[in-house]
Design a protein. Sequence first.
Length: 224
Amino acid sequence: MSEDIVKTRVWDWTIRAFHWLLVIFVLAMWWTAEQGYMVWHKWLGVGFLSLLTYRLAWGAIGPNTARLLPLVPRPRALVAYLKTLKPGEHKRPFGHSPLGGLAVLALLSALWAQILTGLFAVDVNGLASGWFGHLISFDMGRDLADLHETIFDVLTVLIVLHLVAITTYGLILRTNLIGPMITGVQTRRETETAGPSVQVDWRRFFAALILSGACAAAIVWLGR
């Protein structure tokens, strides 16, 4: 007897919007830096920081699949999951897998390090700097600029690994990771793990949105 297919909303619309806005911001900030459009780069950084602040807030008060703390896997759960990464044996968990949780935490950590070092970075001639570059010495600003570039290299590696993982899951494990991040819906069989369909609490959403907006405004005001 065939198993029933069940559709469950796993990603709320704000998480999906964050994900795709993140892609746009990373590409835009890379392009503006490469082209030397540092004023644009600086203002994009404000929006980027606001976006990351929202994710941090939503990771504390949002739906279960958006929470950040559960992304830290227990060693035993991680080992058990790794053993299922075989064609025909893989069971898709509800939300992030233990391995996926580690990937998200690594990417977010690198993004935070990238944006925070950028706030204080100073270019080689001292003519352009991050919002807070004027608060530190030129040498320290240059050191942070070098670290800013190094972190971007690390971030690039993490992004490539992320894309490789998505491709591997799709082609070998027959698990579509892109679809649910577009529609928010995860298709599962009754035998697979699941959770309650996620819902957005609008009061919490606006609280996170206000916090992210306030953070952006504070950066601009303090960096004058």
